[in-house]
Design a protein around this ligand. Structure first.
Ligand SMILES: [Zn+2]
Length: 105
């Protein structure tokens, strides 16, 4: 999900309130870039290798502009919930040679 300007302001205000002048643990610089999209950490069943992306953990990420170190923050803790990813339909499914779980609503 792409973050709009209101989302970005809420997220940066939250991070500034909780973390203050956050420094990169790798290089010590403090110039961070908020990424344009929220992320979801997928849950993968290790036995079937199926993705449960609707049960994943939404997060936003910052990248250190100096060294590229990446940090994630849970949007649940922030009180911010990005839109759920769209449900796939059979029309969206890749060809049968690819292994993907298809869910209908
Ligand atoms: Zn860094």
């Amino acid at each position: 999900m792409q973050l709009n300007e209101e989302d970005k302001k809420k997220i940066l205000d939250w991070i500034n309130t909780k973390c203050g002048a956050m420094r990169c643990m790798c290089c010590g610089h403090g110039n961070w870039q908020l990424q344009e999209n929220a992320s979801i950490f997928l849950i993968i069943d290790v036995h079937t290798t199926r993705f449960f992306y609707h049960s994943g953990t939404p997060a936003v990420s910052l990248i250190c502009a100096h060294c590229g170190h990446l940090v994630f923050f849970s949007t649940f803790v922030m009180g911010f919930k990005p839109d759920a990813p769209p449900l796939m339909t059979t029309a969206d499914a890749p060809s049968s040679s690819e292994s993907v779980s298809v869910t209908k609503s």
